[in-house]
Design a protein around this ligand. Structure first.
Ligand SMILES: CC(C)(COP(=O)(O)OP(=O)(O)OC[C@H]1O[C@@H](n2cnc3c(N)ncnc32)[C@H](O)[C@@H]1OP(=O)(O)O)[C@@H](O)C(=O)NCCC(=O)NCCS
Length: 186
């Protein structure tokens, strides 16, 4: 896998490696039930946030199962706004993308801008073939983000997950490298 050059700069954002100084801001939004609503586990305890920031800060992307985890910061103001992650899946050139923003950072297109940069990294630098996103059908904000990225709705798996005390229907969105190239030229 080629080396990942950080930070990545976009129009309004800097995507960089996490560091220990991000812990309080990370915990502030990951300790909220509202943030955890569509994430696998409950709202994070401080220990869980500490463990996660530590893992993100030290990520390596060398083999299947590894993650790229990038802290999102505004180019003109320091401070953690959220994160985007890319997981290397089994199979040739396969990965899954994910995103979380602090509540105050939502509604401005930062998630789309950061995820777009992560797709570019995945396709143009890491040579991936297909990137997917898996989400709860009730997570409308995430589905809209997939649409803005040009991802296709590929599958709807009824009652695929049981979490947060109820069954959830999973949507699978995906985009191929060729589709990305066509979309990014238009
Ligand atoms: C999923 C999540 C990241 C989406 O955040 P978001 O702010 O809705 O998405 P974006 O940052 O792309 O912003 C898009 C919104 O900003 C608006 N916007 C404003 N300026 C914009 C711009 N320059 N470009 C694009 N959108 C812009 C869009 O209209 C849209 O608002 P709308 O949904 O009211 O139409 C956020 O809801 C979240 O962190 N949720 C909790 C964690 C979670 O569920 N993660 C995903 C698990 S699958």
């Amino acid at each position: 896998m080629p080396e990942i050059h950080l930070p990545i700069r976009t129009g309004r954002l800097v995507l960089r490696r996490f560091d220990g100084g991000d812990l309080d801001a990370f915990h502030a939004y990951h300790s909220l039930p509202e943030t955890a609503r569509f994430l696998p586990g409950p709202a994070k305890t401080f220990t869980q946030s500490m463990e996660r920031v530590g893992r993100y800060a030290n990520f390596v992307f060398e083999k299947e199962g590894d993650w790229v985890a990038l802290a999102i910061e505004a180019a003109d103001a320091p401070g953690l706004l959220g994160e985007v992650v890319l997981k290397w899946l089994p199979g040739r050139g396969q990965a899954e993308v994910g995103w979380t923003l602090a509540p105050a950072a939502r509604g401005r297109g930062y998630g789309t801008e950061a995820a777009n940069a992560l797709l570019r990294l995945g396709f143009e630098e890491l040579g991936l073939h297909r990137i997917e996103a898996r989400l709860d059908e009730l997570n409308g904000a995430s589905a809209s983000l997939c649409d803005r990225l040009g991802m296709r709705l590929e599958a709807r798996h009824i009652d695929k997950w049981h979490y947060k005390g109820q069954w959830a229907t999973e949507l699978v969105y995906a985009i191929l490298a060729d589709e990305w190239r066509i979309g990014s030229r238009s």
